[in-house]
Design a protein around this ligand. Structure first.
Ligand code: AMP
Length: 234
């Protein structure tokens, strides 16, 4: 078995950009005590190197396009083989294509790790509103929302004091492209995951408070059940 293997359980947070995957992952990480793996955060960190690969990543992100399967598959494979992933982990923003889904499902099956996929459903108009209000800290990756979770001091990160900014890809024109990429390349995974491969659940990502949604997901992860009959709401 590869390093980092163990029984554990993986949580795959699935949904369009702005559906709350990152917020949920940060809340659930606290209650389950397992790492949060965001391919978006890893790519943003990688692009800061400013080398040729970093520049290619930056161009793709700025245009709202997906990075190659090969690159993200490799990043995730390396990350989940670390010892802190033995008890499980949370995937946020991965997989995003059928090829990525096939790759991660094979890896999880090989290491004997079960998984739960939670689809966070949110209306696209709500997503465009949410992302226009999102502010991020490039230093520590903290995320705020001007309407629902503003920083204590306008424009300044509560955690590290860095200036907050709007992510280049949260501009409305780029958000629309990211939603198109989601519709074309990522949404088809719903059929793959709901077709009986592992556990699958759909939740309304806009109705309830984020903390309540996170609590339901944690209960499902702890109980080991798919939870669809007991905790999912639409
Ligand atoms: P996110 O922070 O998850 O919204 O991701 C930001 C951007 O990173 C996306 O719009 C893609 O350009 C890229 N990205 C993140 N995860 C993936 C992935 N699994 N496959 C391909 N590109 C990705």
């Amino acid at each position: 078995m590869p390093e980092g293997s163990g029984s554990g359980r993986a949580l795959i947070l699935f949904g369009p950009p702005g559906s709350g995957k990152g917020t949920q992952a940060r809340l659930i990480r606290e209650c389950l005590g397992v790492p949060h793996i965001s391919t978006g955060d890893m790519l943003r960190e990688r692009m800061q190197a400013g080398d040729p690969l970093g520049m290619v990543i930056k161009r793709l992100l700025d245009e709202g396009e997906l990075v190659t399967d090969e690159l993200v598959n490799q990043m995730v494979e390396e990350r989940i083989s670390k010892p802190d992933c033995r008890k499980g982990f949370i995937l946020d923003g991965y997989p995003r294509t059928l090829s990525q889904a096939g790759t991660i499902c094979r890896q999880l099956a090989d290491r004997g790790t079960g998984w739960l996929v939670v689809h966070l459903k949110v209306d696209y108009n709500e997503i465009i509103r949410r992302l226009a209000d999102r502010r991020s800290c490039a230093q520590c990756a903290a995320v705020y929302n001007l309407a629902s979770h503003p920083p204590k001091v306008a424009g300044v990160c509560d955690r590290c004091g860095n200036r907050l900014s709007i992510r280049d890809d949260d501009r409305e024109s780029v958000v629309r492209k990211r939603l198109e990429a989601y519709d074309e390349r990522t949404r088809p995974l719903l059929e793959f995951f709901s077709g009986g491969v592992g556990s699958f659940c759909e939740m309304n990502g806009a109705g309830d408070a984020p903390a309540l949604i996170a609590r339901r997901i944690c209960e499902m992860m702890r109980s080991g059940k798919s939870g669809c009959s007991l905790a999912c709401s639409n």
